[in-house]
Design a binder for this molecule. Structure first.
Ligand code: MLC
Ligand code: AMP
Length: 491
């Protein structure tokens, strides 16, 4: 008799596909609470990386619900925003998060259940029919218009995203991915968890990123696939350099046995790619994606992986480059905005029809990323908006942070930008016009912002100025701020 396949290996145990299936049916039963079909009701859930997380995700779908993963790193203000914006029908929480969520759910009038209760419910026996066009997932992402928006993907869209990855990256049931990324974004959730489960592989989850723990697991010989953001590779390189020569040898040899190591969510510096190759023998496979698209461009599994390039369109994905005028760019070498079309593209921004409409041009999704094509492969050059920051692989809206800072009593006006940073890619930085008679320091402002914002959105560098640089129209000139902040030490 063959040993049953392990679906999830996580801090709360190793579970087989059969056990996961049974657990998902219990969660579905708890969510439905006697109804036949959730009919697209939103199920928000705050669950750390675990078997319970996968059971809630699958249980939500089995019951006909739309999964809205909440971020374990977010303070109550951001959780409250998502629960309300998504108009969640129910919130499922790991028991440790009850104290934070109970008051929010009570105030919003939303049902709150624990993962323990959901996993102990009687298993559902009859499932609602799930048409592929039904909404499956809402992931919140920042944009250039204030507060985060919910990106809605259907079951068909998710299926197309996963199929593209399985065929491009050669996923098989023999794969075991080591997952250390947060599960409220597509990199960890779709590329990691959902794809591994879709092929019948194993998803091994660590509770959070820890460089030593990751190296030990990479060196174990059990792992076949690893994916991370550039900041994580830098942390792993730093840990390797601090280790003894024996440990270094063991780690390098073990990591060299994986079949695939990938980087994405932010630009991979060529120096990081080269250092990683020297340590492990792997040329990281860099790819480009977005919450609205899943993955769109990728270097090849077999064949030349070009440093500094994000490769060619994945199967089923069409891309084009467009001038500001809207003309499509026919040739290599001329940069333009990257636009994407295909079955992987999201359905809509949740309850934001106007923002959904302007995000598309002639049926093509406008990414806001500027790229150039070179012999069939694409290189990213930047973004069309200075108000989008990528830090540690997280997308952050400068405008959202400015709105929060402006509420501080000592802040007369402020402007937030991303400043290039070796560790984080970009670092969230602020220039503030302080009120003349009010005391202000980085610590005070950070403490203030931490109440409202996730840690990666809190400004790390600050300049206090008498007047922000403005143009003749009175608009703050952000490029000038970047130069000012580039020389500023954290205060
Ligand atoms: C955290 N800190 C930061 C920071 N984030 N400082 C500056 N800039 C940032 N961005 C600070 C914290 O406040 C804290 O400071 C200290 O660093 C440690 O915080 P932490 O939360 O414990 O950070 P850490 O665990 O070290 O996290 C680093 C990380 C994490 C790289 C593991 O950022 C991460 O998991 N990033 C992945 C994001 C991701 O998955 N993105 C995918 C989006 S999908 P103090 O002072 O309190 O000690 C997407 C599409 C695609 O982009 O293409 O994939
Ligand atoms: P998100 O909205 O969090 O899904 O982030 C998507 C954004 O991440 C894209 O629009 C790009 O700006 C950025 N991104 C993703 N992959 C890469 C990459 N390989 N290189 C540079 N930027 C990337």
């Amino acid at each position: 008799m063959s040993t049953p396949r392990i679906a999830i290996s996580a801090p709360d145990g190793d579970v087989t596909y059969e056990q996961l299936d049974e657990a998902a049916s219990r969660v579905a039963g708890a969510l439905l609470a006697g109804r036949d079909d959730l009919g697209g009701a939103r199920v928000a859930f705050l669950v750390p990386p675990s078997f319970a997380y996968a059971a809630v995700l699958r249980g939500t779908w089995r019951a006909g619900g739309v999964a809205v993963p909440l971020a374990v790193s977010h303070p109550p203000a951001e959780l409250d925003y998502v629960i309300r914006d998504a108009e969640a029908d129910v919130v499922v929480a790991a028991p440790g998060y009850l104290p934070a969520l109970a008051p929010l759910c009570a105030a919003a009038g939303v049902r709150l259940i624990t993962t323990d209760a959901a996993l102990a419910a009687p298993a559902l026996t009859a499932h609602p029919h799930l048409g592929a066009g039904r909404r499956a997932l809402i992931i919140y992402t920042s944009g250039t218009t204030g507060r985060p928006k919910g990106v809605v993907t259907t079951h068909a869209g998710l299926g197309a995203q996963v199929s593209a990855l399985v065929s491009a990256w050669g996923w098989t049931p023999a794969d075991r991915i080591l997952l250390v990324l947060p599960l409220h974004h597509v990199h960890g959730l779709v590329n990691g968890l959902i794809t591994a489960l879709a092929v019948g592989g194993t998803c091994e989850m660590l509770p959070a990123f820890d460089a030593g723990a990751v190296w030990r697991r990479l060196a174990s010989g059990d792992i076949t696939v690893f994916t991370a953001v550039p900041t994580i590779y830098l942390r792993l390189i730093a840990a390797w350099e601090a280790a003894s020569p024996d440990v270094q040898r063991a780690w390098s040899a073990g990591a060299g046995r994986l079949r695939l190591m990938m980087s994405g969510s932010a630009a991979l510096p060529v120096t990081t790619l080269e250092r990683w190759r020297a340590l492990t023998g792997h040329t990281l496979l860099e790819r480009y994606g977005m919450t609205e698209l899943g993955m769109a461009l990728s270097n090849p599994l077999d064949g030349e992986r070009r440093p500094g390039s994000v490769g060619a369109p994945l199967p089923g994905v069409e891309v084009r480059l467009v001038r500001e005028s809207g003309d499509v760019i026919p040739d290599d070498a001329e940069p333009g905005e990257l636009e994407v079309r295909g079955a992987t593209v999201f359905l809509e921004y949740w309850r934001r029809p106007e923002e959904t409409q302007v995000a598309f041009r002639e049926g093509w999704f406008r990414t806001g990323d500027v790229a150039v094509r070179d012999r069939g492969a694409y290189r990213l050059l930047g973004r069309t908006s200075v108000d989008i920051i990528k830090t540690g692989g997280y997308k952050v809206s400068a405008l959202e942070i400015e709105e929060v800072l402006r509420r501080h009593p000592a802040v007369a006006e402020c402007a937030v930008v991303g400043v290039a940073d070796a560790e984080w890619g970009e670092r969230v930085s602020a220039v503030v016009e302080a009120r003349p008679d009010a005391p202000l320091s980085l610590e005070l402002l950070q403490a203030w912002a931490r109440e409202e914002l996730a840690p990666y959105k809190v400004p790390r560098a600050l300049r206090i100025v008498e007047a922000l640089p403005r143009n003749a129209m009175g608009k703050v000139v952000k490029p000038e701020l970047a130069a000012l902040l580039a020389t500023a030490e954290p205060e």
